[in-house]
Design a protein around this ligand. Structure first.
Ligand SMILES: [Zn+2]
Length: 484
């Protein structure tokens, strides 16, 4: 008989809740717990999903939450089901809420060459222990392909619990497995950290069960207006995209997409892995809300574009002028204007011919200078997020220039270099930003608060002290220096 079942913690795996129950309810052996909870007492408890529960267990597990909520918020279903087709997603969902084991055939398998373990973040563990007196298995930490805690910016750690179809049936509760003390390794690469935040935000969003838009079509439409798609929105410049994608993510500790065909498969809806899709979406600067509520334009881009050429032509503009305005070649504009597009298609939609001529670096340098200045200003004045370094790569990406272009544009490059700062200065700026935030929120000003907001270590703080006065008044700087 089931006498006890603990409340679930936010983002806790159902498996973790069951494991806590097993330890706390005082079962003399696991088999008694299994008899109470699982229809088949010999079943291996499913770490990521849900086993068939006994009627009594189902009743107690769903006392405060519906089975639907449990599947969506306490299993890994959103990770596996988010970007697959509507039909497949709903079949798997129904199988899960009906606790039928066949969901495994309905959800995509995530291949991993290494053995998988239940993972944890040492700082989340500490926070759980401070707050709840125990820790638990978080869903956020089990996203294959992401190795960073989105809250604490440190690397996740493997526990000794293997996620395997061969493991013997038992429930491992986090508190009993995770050590009391652990070293913490902060992630250096900003992109790796930001991606983990992005992926977690998508994962935690409400899953749109009714969406029948393919993620491939959606991401294709997100490239409208970028250099990865022809002006008429028909042709993808995959080599360019692949090259930029690889170099953007080169420092990630794990990136399963290295080949062009792998990216191509996302666009054809043949690759729907959660993290792969998120990496591409993040690279294309797709906001989280847009990715979880996917919509595609009602009118195809080529129609909009062709109509725009016609509109400008009707207004009396000549084709050379229209071509200049739309950044296309004269030939393409004229052909479209004359309604003959398609006949000479092989000659058009070439990124080297349309738009600005690649070799005209001096002209490009002048044209982009103002954009570069604006981008720098925007980053420097952005008080809503933690200060970032101004870098050639970052600004290039911000203004939409191909990787490496800025190196050939001396004026823009000089402007960026004038605004670059040392690591110690960046830390000082981060401290100033954190202090302002703490004060605005009326929180007590102490080192712990600053550390939590900036993830800086004591050494970083000591090293940045000489620079604090560059960014705040001397009196305040003195006060801050005395905090640690
Ligand atoms: Zn954490």
């Amino acid at each position: 008989m089931i006498t006890y079942f603990p409340e679930v913690y936010p983002d806790e795996l159902l498996y973790s809740q069951l494991a806590r129950c097993y330890v706390k309810a005082g079962y003399p052996a696991y088999i008694y717990m299994a008899e109470d909870f699982f229809q088949d007492k010999k079943v291996r408890p499913d770490i990521e999903f849900i086993n068939t529960l006994t009627p009594a267990a189902l009743q107690i597990v769903t006392k405060n939450k519906t089975i639907e909520d449990i599947v969506l918020k306490h299993t890994m279903f959103p990770y596996y089901g988010c970007f697959i087709s509507k039909e497949r997603r709903n079949k798997a969902y129904q199988a899960l809420i009906g606790m039928r084991g066949n969901y495994n055939n309905l959800l995509p398998k995530v291949k991993s060459c290494q053995e998988r373990f239940l993972r944890y973040c040492p700082l989340c563990v500490k926070a759980d222990r401070d707050k709840f007196g125990e820790t638990f298995w978080h869903r956020n930490h089990q996203i294959t392909g992401i190795n960073v805690c989105p809250i604490h910016r440190c690397y996740l750690k493997n526990s000794e619990v293997v996620i395997s179809a061969k493991a013997s049936p038992i429930l491992h509760h986090a508190e009993g497995v995770i050590p009391q003390k652990d070293n913490v390794e902060i992630v250096k690469d900003d992109i790796e950290y930001e991606v983990s935040e992005y992926v977690a935000a998508v994962f935690q969003s409400d899953l749109d069960m009714d969406s029948d838009i393919g993620v491939g079509e959606f991401l294709h439409s997100c490239m409208i207006g970028t250099r990865y798609l022809s002006a008429r929105g028909k042709k993808r410049y995959m080599e360019l995209l692949h090259e930029d994608f690889i170099s953007y993510y080169e420092k990630l500790s794990e990136n399963r997409i290295t080949e062009l065909w792998q990216l191509q498969k996302i666009f054809t809806n043949d690759r729907s892995n959660f993290v792969d899709v998120c990496l591409l979406a993040y690279f294309l600067k797709v906001p989280v809300d847009d990715l979880v509520n996917m919509k595609v334009p009602d009118v195809p881009q080529d129609e909009i574009f062709d109509a725009e050429i016609k509109r400008l032509h009707d207004k009396g503009l000549k084709y050379p002028e229209i071509a200049k305005r739309l950044g296309m070649s004269y030939d393409s504009v004229k052909t479209i204007g004359n309604g003959r597009y398609g006949i000479y298609q092989h000659r058009k939609e070439n990124p080297q011919k349309g738009g600005v001529r690649v070799k005209d670096w001096t002209k490009l340098d002048d044209e982009y200078l103002l954009l570069v200045q604006k981008a720098i200003q925007r980053i420097e004045n952005d008080e809503s997020s933690m200060p970032k370094k101004i870098t050639v790569i970052g600004i290039g990406r911000d203004v939409g220039l191909p990787e490496g272009s800025l190196r050939k544009m001396p004026k823009c490059k000089a402007e960026i270099n004038n605004h670059s700062i040392s690591q110690e200065q960046l830390w000082a700026k981060k401290v100033v930003w954190a202090v302002k935030k703490i004060q605005t929120e009326g929180q007590p000003l102490n080192w712990k608060q600053i550390r939590n907001l900036t993830n800086m270590r004591n050494e970083n703080f000591q090293e940045c002290k000489p620079y604090l006065e560059m960014y705040m008044d001397a009196e305040m700087a003195e006060r801050i220096k005395e905090l640690l």
